[in-house]
Design a protein around this ligand. Structure first.
Ligand code: ATP
Ligand code: MG
Length: 282
């Protein structure tokens, strides 16, 4: 029993400061890329209203996180995978509720405990978080080992991302945050290589632009890594997964994280998180 508790899967959240920038594409393909390194992977749709993982992967299941919420008291970490769909790629998926009004059934506590249970069963838990300023999302981000903030080169996305990163800095999240510039080679007045300076970060990670392939993939529900594993996007995702695997498999990282979480909760008691949400969310 005690042994189980020490098996702690790494949690990677994909979020953004603006919708439609490619979080679902990145989260679902990254999950598959990590699975190809012989790792057990849980992919969780953390966008509880209008979550789109089920459509993006064409899941044939009616089971969602709503079922987990309804039977929560009788579920432990040994049972949680019964509520997940095993996708043909080999990853296990926990979809969002199929109706937006069910989102409120999934409390912060349920979400956090679900992820904690999954950590005892899987090597990696990838969460497609959606909008980062949501309260439940901020709670989840505190649990994560890595936060991937997706942006495109559009000014609105970059401006919002900059504000998000300012919030992250105050929450001590920056050390585990990576910027993903999706569609970096799209036509734009802003150059991809200028993004790190604009956002005041050391580096960014880049994913190619291929609207035809991405929309085909999302429309037919076959991930890009299965549809065209040699495409530029697939190569970029494999590169990203390699870097993440290397970084998160470093054991010393979790010790640092444990310390930082404590100080975060101290600040939360002073009402810090709510103030951040009020001052940043519109
Ligand atoms: N690398 C890419 N190249 C071209 N088009 C892309 C790329 N990534 C995503 N797209 C397109 O952008 C749109 C949004 O993608 P996706 O659904 O993954 O974004 P999202 O951030 O999850 O959106 P939402 O906020 O609605 O959840 C889709 O039409 C998709 O085809
Ligand atoms: Mg999405």
């Amino acid at each position: 029993m005690e042994q189980d508790v020490t098996k702690t899967g790494k949690v990677i959240a994909v979020c953004s400061a603006k919708g439609g920038v490619g979080q679902t594409m990145i989260a679902s393909n990254l999950a598959i890329a990590l699975h190809k390194q012989n790792l057990s992977i849980a992919l969780v749709d953390g966008k509880l209203q209008f979550g789109d993982i089920a459509v993006a992967l064409n899941l044939r299941t009616s089971m969602t996180i709503k079922d987990v919420a309804e039977e929560f008291d009788s579920i432990d970490h040994t049972l949680i995978s019964n509520y997940m769909f095993e996708h043909e790629s080999g990853i296990h998926v926990l979809p969002a509720p199929d109706r937006p009004e069910y989102a409120e059934l999934i409390t912060k506590e349920i979400m956090v405990k679900t992820i904690t249970m999954l950590q005892q069963q899987f090597d990696y838990i990838i969460i497609d978080c959606g909008y980062a300023f949501h309260e439940t999302t901020l709670e989840l981000l505190d649990l994560t080992d890595e936060i991937l903030v997706a942006t495109t080169l559009e000014m609105i996305s970059l401006r919002n991302t900059k504000q998000l990163l300012e919030t992250f800095a105050q929450l001590d999240f920056m050390e585990k945050t990576k910027i993903i510039v999706n569609r970096y080679d799209m036509e734009s007045l802003i150059k991809a290589e200028d993004v790190p300076v604009m956002l005041n970060v050391e580096e960014a990670h880049y994913i190619s632009n291929d609207f035809k392939l991405t929309s085909q993939s999302l429309n037919i529900g076959i991930p890009i890594l299965s549809l065209r594993s040699r495409s530029a996007i697939a190569k970029d995702i494999f590169k990203l997964s390699g870097k993440l695997f290397k970084k998160t498999s470093d054991v010393s990282g979790s010790k640092v994280k444990a310390k930082r979480s404590v100080s975060f909760f101290k600040r939360q008691k002073r009402g810090g998180r709510n103030e951040f949400i009020k001052s940043t969310a519109k």
